[in-house]
Design a protein around this ligand. Structure first.
Ligand code: ADP
Ligand code: TYD
Length: 209
């Protein structure tokens, strides 16, 4: 079953907070009630954006300046939006995306540097799209960092900035949830995967009925 209008849902939070887990659980729950769902992620989610992703997530922490990162993440996002997100929304599907512009707002706009204005200006020129619903999974930075690093994915460039960086990110995401109250839901991520998934599904179900 397709909706009359597409629905764009994003998951945000610090590294290892459980975004991918919850994106997958939500996709399964929505599919089980007959919804057509596209599950995607950033950076990545289209052929070109996945190539840009590999440049961003590996290598030394000082490989790119915060300014260069903003340009690379935005270039990847534009390709992802053109090739994956907008076509699915145009077909009235539900798009679930693991990270989107709020990650740039917090990682590049707050934690790496004080560049919030630059992120917002570039976003308003190049992307011009906000999610309908955003879940910010709020977790303990120390525990999440250990969870993230335990994956040994070889994509740890941002984890390598360390614990203080993850603490700044957590504060940035909590603040963001207070400034974008209508679309952002701050979710307590220090519970079981099932309990978190249930809270999220209850919120989304209201949009699809
Ligand atoms: P992210 O996408 O935010 O980096 P993941 O969903 O990949 O996070 O989760 C990181 C690790 O933590 C995985 O090993 C996952 O199984 C585990 N995990 C996810 N959610 C929970 C939870 N609520 N409780 C305990 N472990 C979790
Ligand atoms: P991701 O694979 O989601 O990391 P994780 O599973 O550890 O949460 O994303 C890769 C990294 O890119 C992650 O550390 C966050 C960072 N990132 C930014 O710094 N800015 C952005 O705009 C995006 C989308 C991601």
């Amino acid at each position: 079953m397709n909706l009359k209008k597409g629905l764009f849902i994003t998951f945000e939070g610090i590294d290892g907070s459980g975004k991918s887990t919850q994106s997958q659980l939500l996709a399964k729950s929505l599919e089980s009630i007959g919804q057509s769902v596209i599950l995607t992620r950033e950076p990545g989610g289209s052929e070109g954006a996945e190539i840009i992703r590999s440049l961003l997530v590996s290598g030394e922490t000082d490989r790119w300046s915060p300014e260069t990162e903003i340009l690379l993440f935005t270039a990847a996002r534009r390709d992802h939006l053109e090739k994956t997100i907008q076509p699915a929304l145009d077909k009235n599907q539900i798009v679930i995306c693991d990270r989107f512009v709020d990650s740039t707002r917090v990682y590049q706009g707050v934690a790496r540097a004080d560049l919030g204005k630059t992120v917002d200006e570039l976003h308003s020129i190049i992307i011009k799209k906000e999610p309908d619903i955003t879940f910010i999974i709020n977790t303990d930075p120390e525990k999440s960092l250990l969870r993230g690093l335990a994956r040994s994915s070889g994509e740890d460039r941002f984890e390598d900035f360390g614990l203080d960086f993850q603490k700044k990110l957590k504060d940035g995401f909590v603040k963001l949830s207070q400034t974008a109250k209508t679309r952002c839901h701050l979710i307590d991520g220090m519970r079981s995967k099932e309990d978190i998934a249930e809270d999220i599904f209850v919120i989304v179900r209201d949009y699809v009925q």
